[in-house]
Design a protein around this ligand. Structure first.
Ligand code: NAD
Length: 273
């Protein structure tokens, strides 16, 4: 992939995930800069990855060819307005937003230009196992689309969405979703401890099983999720009882409601920010 000079504005959890994945994939450290108001996260990134760091957004924007907009959605307007003022404008820069709940139209208003790709990554990017949705308006050039896609493919898998609202559905199915699996694993580990395992043993049991299950899904693309479940579920056996208990208590509806709530919140943020 092209190694454009790339600045991350906001050096939080998500930037760390992306930077780590990019470095592991061979993106040169001296083509990456991270910016944050305070030093500790910058010092850790410099120590871990050898990238450039700065506390000055304008310095990073002037240096970079592409900017990853990685502040909290509620900070985006303040940050971009200050950046436009202090740089005299962001023309010529590719802007890559990773923020939930901020539409391309709003980003265009805030940034004063429209060379924008909106993306929705997730934290497993840290390990090169991310899942990122991408969206861009028609006028965005193929070279910019390719760059963003390759950048996100360096840290995992990618999916373009044709309509901007598709990003909100990516949030529900992937961006927010690592937390659903963590919640499920927390609940399992808690119960395993109640049943007599130590915390360490419970974590091992749950972690290795989740890893194995996810890998089985990835290794068997032609087998449906239902069939993989059926392979574990002996007739009249233990799994059938556990699944019956989940289904009687409405697990599918709970999941549907939770994903719909994530989409609704993303849409609500788009009207507020
Ligand atoms: N965490 C996730 O799982 C995830 C997944 C997908 C997308 N996102 C999006 O990524 C963005 C960042 O989320 P995060 O979880 O990394 O948040 P975070 O709070 O960990 O990081 C944000 C960073 O921005 C810094 N910051 C605040 N104001 C700034 C400014 N004016 N200029 C430069 N830096 C500034 C903060 O100090 C902080 O380090 C959000 O918009 C979120 O919607 C997060």
């Amino acid at each position: 992939m092209e190694h454009r000079k790339l600045a991350f504005i906001g050096a939080g959890n998500m930037s760390r995930s992306l930077i780590s994945g990019l470095i592991q994939s061979g993106y040169p450290a001296d083509a990456i800069m991270a910016v944050n108001p305070s030093r500790p996260k910058l010092d850790a990134l410099a120590a871990d990855f050898g990238i450039h760091t700065s506390q000055n957004n304008a310095e990073a924007a002037n240096w970079a060819q592409a900017l990853v907009l990685a502040v909290k959605p509620q900070m985006m307007a303040t940050m971009l307005e200050a950046l436009v003022r202090s740089t005299g404008g962001l023309d010529g820069k590719l802007l890559i937003s990773i923020a939930a709940g901020i539409s391309v139209t709003r980003l265009e208003q805030m940034a004063g230009q429209s060379r924008i790709v909106r993306t929705m990554p997730n934290t497993p990017s840290l390990l090169g196992l991310g899942m990122t949705g991408l969206y861009a308006r028609e006028h965005v050039e193929q070279a910019d689309r390719d760059y963003c896609e390759q950048m996100m493919q360096a840290v995992g898998k990618t999916l373009w969405v044709a309509q901007e609202d598709g990003i909100n559905q990516v949030i529900a199915a992937a961006g927010s979703a690592p937390a659903y699996f963590f919640l499920f694993m927390e609940a399992m580990a808690t119960e395993a401890v109640k049943q007599g395992f130590t915390e360490q043993e419970a974590r091992l049991l749950v972690q290795q099983t989740a890893l194995g299950a996810a890998n089985m899904v990835a290794a068997n693309p032609d087998t449906s999720l239902g069939d993989l479940r059926a392979q574990v579920t002996s007739k009249g056996g233990t799994t059938a009882e556990a699944i019956r208990s989940f289904q009687q208590q409405g697990l599918e509806q709970l999941v549907a409601d939770a994903m719909a709530a994530a989409v609704a919140r993303a849409r609500e943020l788009e009207t507020q920010l």
